[in-house]
Ligand binder design. Sequence first.
Ligand SMILES: N[C@@H](CCC(=O)N[C@@H](CS)C(=O)NCC(=O)O)C(=O)O
Length: 302
Amino acid sequence: MSLSQSASPKTKVPFEQAYEVYHYAESLCSQMVRIACEEKEIAWGSRPIMLQEVSKDGNNLSEHYLSVNPRGTVPTLVHEGTPVYDSFEIIKYLDAQNADSGERLYPDDAALRSGIEAWVNETALFDDGEFGKSLGMAIPMLSAPLIKHCLKQQSLWQIWSGFRAHPISSRRKGFRLLRLFPIPDKVIARAARTTARALVHIEKTLAESDDWLLGPFTQADVMLMAHFHRLEDVALGGLLTGDTLPHTAAYWQRLQQRPSYQAAVLDFHDEAWRQAISAVFGDRDSPMSSLVQSEIARHKPS
Ligand SMILES: N[C@@H](CCC(=O)N[C@@H](CS)C(=O)NCC(=O)O)C(=O)O
């Protein structure tokens, strides 16, 4: 089974700048690609997209955007008219095309590449992946209460018709179910356990490197920067401060100090998403916080 559509033949799309990114301000995968552009010091044209699950005015399933990305997901990189899909592939593509500019995010060194690949597998959001299995497939589940809140701002009719054309059948169904029914506890609990295990793995890895995840700053750090930001959005940011995971807490501080965090993440806020965060969590910790904490305690080396 192919987890990526990057290998499919692509039709050229109109373009004005060499690099254009179709993206949604608050999407995890869009953040990853914007961070990579900043780290690579690449000038890019912004093509903002609104997601149907965030607003009734969403245009990711419009005829126009489906002609750019037939799966209707963001981000898409368009390089001189050629679309490139999947954030984790886009980052490698940007790095290969601009090897001499900015940070080397996916260096030639074979050992480093295999380390990066393992972290890409852990942190990527695969279109057809199993939700809850890895950090990349768990974080969207932890975000589900925010998406549910946004979906509830839309009428049942808007949901029904809005998602009718979603090219990914599991999402066509999933967004409608999320609008109608409570999120099953066991789904969220699995995501919380996976997140805890991944954080302990990150902590152990950092204990040996104490700089970036694999030594030099790479694609793995780009992807984690976006995930950690999302943990804050879902009121689990407390896991990244204090003494629970000290190496991870210090690493998160270092990540936030990189100019790319400001330029590619903090500078791209969307009102509907921010409003969902304050409506769902306010100033409270996530109800998942204690479960994640106890799982961390179970897996953490004493
Ligand atoms: N494999 C893709 C996943 C992209 C993806 O699922 N993006 C989300 C936002 S983070 C999206 O577009 N959601 C809209 C939808 O599924 O309708 C990637 O890595 O870029």
